[in-house]
Design a protein around this ligand. Structure first.
Ligand code: FES
Ligand code: FE
Length: 434
């Protein structure tokens, strides 16, 4: 009801205070907060849905999630990529139950309403016998379509027809996304790995946006066991608050004179990146970030494979399936024109470090799970449990960093997490104009 909503708004506004470095524990997994997230956040902002390499041929489609909603991302016979609600216009039956495929049309399994891969209603069995002589209104029965756009090969969609463009939404993050995914033509390799984590979707999202600090503790045993070597869990590197809830951090080599990427790819990098971006790419040790709200990315470089320095880039989507449950989608992303050894070793780096069986994922998941359990238990407390998000609150940003955004020297900051929760709070409590 309106009164309940008002009460929740008041509680959120009183307790979520990112600028003071204060976030209440209950927001991690509160069911009412989650309802609001689905409606006001996942129902409105740009969400990552697919990569262009998955939809190379006409008619190719993948089924993905925007919040809890199933959508079909398809390249139509006209070559255009569109995003449709995976729901039949007759009784709302799920139109396709496949994960991916190639189809010129989808035929609803319930009564047979059929829709073209560009969204038009095509017909239904016994249409003349069942409906008026001139048939059904084809225009009215088009599939529900989201707004769709792509950046650096990554396809995003939103239900908000009036909101900002994808470019404006990504803002300063674009400069860094170029280095991650726009430095060459990229492709996702194979299908996504998917697994369920009993965690709020926000915990991994803010971790990737902002948290390099946990590595020295949460992942330390990997080094003690000798599973990773030469990984720098320390402070050196940069923390980037890219605005709009987006954030990233990076470790860099200070003394590396040249690139450790395959020489064959350098001309392509140089054609797509500006000199500052290229110089940063060459110095990168690792690079972690989150596109608000729930798409994470990583350039890991934590273990040598066959004695070689390689990276296996990871793309993640933290799909919410409840206030305290998510489905992790994980992909390996690689330069399409890379030599075979780079692709093969990169894939091994990806599967060994960050994937469903990745060493680092085991540590991280345990934390997110337990935090969520503690948050669930805290819902019954009479007073608020407030959490500390003050790291780097008084730090002065760099004035001479070549990239945009608010950039701090050293990885130890929670600035991007504060901006994550500021953006989140504004979306959840904004007065509804509609
Ligand atoms: Fe799809 Fe009836 S629900 S045809
Ligand atoms: Fe981690």
């Amino acid at each position: 009801t309106d009164a309940t909503l008002e009460k929740l708004h008041d509680r959120l506004k009183a307790t979520v205070r990112p600028e003071e470095g204060a976030i209440p524990l209950f927001v991690y997994s509160d069911p009412d907060v989650y309802r609001l997230e689905l409606e006001r956040l996942f129902g409105r902002v740009w969400l990552f849905v697919a990569h262009e390499s998955e939809l190379a041929e006409e008619g190719a489609f993948v089924v993905r999630q925007m919040g809890e909603q199933s959508v079909i991302v398809a390249r139509g016979d006209d070559g255009v990529i569109r995003v449709f609600l995976n729901a039949c216009r007759h009784r709302g039956m799920r139109l396709t139950s496949e994960d991916c495929g190639v189809a010129s049309m989808w035929r609803c399994p319930y009564h047979g309403f059929t829709f073209a891969n560009y969204g038009n209603f095509m017909g239904t069995p016994f249409e003349r016998a069942a409906y008026p002589p001139n048939g059904l209104d084809r225009e009215r029965l088009r599939l529900i379509e989201a707004r769709c756009d792509s950046y650096a090969g990554m396809i995003f969609a939103t239900w908000d027809k009036q909101g900002p463009s994808l470019g404006d939404f990504l803002g300063d993050l674009r400069w860094y996304l170029d280095i991650f995914a726009g430095r060459a033509e990229m492709e996702l390799v194979g299908e996504a790995q998917r697994w369920v984590i009993p965690s709020s979707w926000k915990l991994p999202s803010e971790n990737f946006a902002s948290d390099a600090y946990h590595t020295a503790t949460a992942h330390a045993f990997l080094a003690r066991l000798g599973l990773v070597r030469g990984v720098d869990f320390g402070r050196d590197g940069y923390h980037v608050d890219a605005g709009g809830g987006h954030g990233l951090g990076m470790g860099v080599h200070d003394d590396r004179p040249g690139s450790w990427f395959p020489p064959e790819l350098e001309p392509e990098y140089a054609s797509k990146l500006d000199p500052d971006q290229l110089a940063l790419l060459h110095r990168v040790k690792n690079f972690h970030g989150n596109v608000f709200p729930n798409m994470s990315f990583l350039i890991p470089n934590f273990i040598p494979i066959d004695g070689r320095l390689v990276t296996g880039m990871m793309l993640r989507m933290w799909q919410p399936v409840g206030p305290d449950r998510l489905v992790a989608w994980s992909w390996f992303l690689v330069e399409k024109n890379a030599p075979a050894w780079w692709k093969e070793k990169g894939r091994r780096m990806y599967t060994q470090t960050f994937s469903s069986g990745g060493m680092f994922d085991q540590d991280d998941t345990e934390n997110w799970e337990a935090q969520t359990e503690v948050a669930n238990a805290s819902l019954t407390r009479p007073d608020e449990v407030m959490l500390d998000y003050t790291m780097g609150l008084d730090a002065t940003p760099l004035s001479d960093f070549p990239g945009p955004g608010t950039v701090y020297d050293g990885k130890f900051s929670e600035s991007a997490a504060r901006t994550f929760y500021r953006t989140w709070l504004d979306l959840l409590t904004k007065e509804d104009a509609r």
